[in-house]
Design a protein around this ligand. Structure first.
Ligand SMILES: [Zn+2]
Length: 233
C-alpha cells in the first residue's frame, strides 16, 4: 500500500516589483537538502540555482521566475524560509566601525516579517532627449549571476541585457541583437548613460536596519543589512 501523503499549508504574499499576489508553500525536507548542498559548495552560481529551484517548487501560482527582479527573489526566498524554518533569524553582529576597540559580536534576533523591500520603483521609461527614450527592466537572477556589478564593463553588459525596447514619437524598437544594443548604448552621451545607470543604482533593495546596545562596551550601534546574504551566516 502506498504511504499516506502529508499536505503542506499554503500562504499568500505579494511580488514586491509588481504587487501581484501569489500562493506558496513552505520548504520541505527535499528543499532543505537542495539548499544545504548548495551552501556547502559555497559557489554563488550554485546557490542562485538552488534558490531558483526552491522558489519554482514552492511557489504554487503560475509565474515566470525568470522575470522576477533580484530583490523579488530575495524577498520571496526569505518569506518561504520564514514559514519553513522559523520567522526568527539569529545573527552575531560586530560594531559598525570595523576598527572599533571592542570586537564583541552581539547576538541579535531579527524577525523575517520585519525585513522589507525598501525604496520606490524608479521610472522604467527613461527619456534621453526630446524624442528618444528607452524602456528597461530590473535585473533578474540570470542577469547578475554572470556579472560583477562593481565593475563598469560588467554594468554595461547588465544594462545591455535589461533594455526591453527603445522608443521615439512614432515607433517602438524591440528587435535588436546584443551587439546592436551595445553599439546603440555606446553612442549615448555620458549624461544620457548616467540616467540609465541611475535606474539600476536606485532599484529597491531588501534592507533592514538593526540597532543594538553592545553588552561588552555599552555602546549603542546601528547597521543596515542589505541583500539575502546578510541574513544568513
Ligand atoms: Zn562593544
Amino acid at each position: 500500500m502506498a504511504l499516506p501523503s502529508l499536505s503542506a499549508p499554503e500562504f499568500l504574499t505579494k511580488v514586491p516589483s509588481t504587487g501581484e499576489e501569489i500562493k506558496y508553500r513552505p520548504f520541505l525536507v527535499k528543499e532543505e537538502k537542495i539548499l544545504l548542498m548548495a551552501l556547502e559548495g559555497n559557489d554563488q552560481g550554485e546557490i542562485t540555482n538552488a534558490i531558483m529551484k526552491i522558489l519554482g517548487n514552492c511557489i504554487l501560482s503560475d509565474i515566470d521566475l525568470k522575470k522576477l527582479a533580484t530583490f523579488d527573489v530575495e524577498y520571496l526566498f526569505l518569506k518561504l524560509r520564514g514559514k519553513s524554518v522559523g520567522e526568527v533569524v539569529e545573527l552575531k553582529i560586530g560594531h559598525s566601525d570595523p576598527e572599533s576597540a571592542c570586537q564583541h559580536r552581539t547576538e541579535i534576533e531579527i524577525n523575517i516579517d520585519d525585513i522589507a523591500v525598501v525604496g520606490d520603483k524608479p521610472n522604467d521609461k527613461i527619456q534621453l532627449d526630446d524624442s528618444i527614450g528607452v524602456k528597461v527592466r530590473f535585473a533578474g537572477m540570470d542577469d547578475i549571476s554572470s556579472v560583477d556589478t562593481n565593475s563598469s564593463s560588467d554594468l554595461f553588459k547588465l544594462i545591455t541585457n535589461c533594455v526591453e525596447y527603445v522608443y521615439d514619437e512614432e515607433n517602438v524598437y524591440g528587435e535588436f541583437s546584443k551587439q546592436e544594443m551595445e553599439k546603440w548604448l555606446e553612442q549615448l552621451s555620458s549624461e544620457q548613460f548616467a540616467k540609465i545607470t541611475d535606474f539600476f543604482n536606485n532599484a529597491p533593495k531588501l534592507q533592514h536596519v538593526v540597532k543594538w546596545k553592545c553588552p561588552e562596551c555599552g555602546k549603542e550601534d546601528e547597521i543596515t543589512l542589505e541583500g539575502l546574504a546578510a541574513f544568513f551566516t
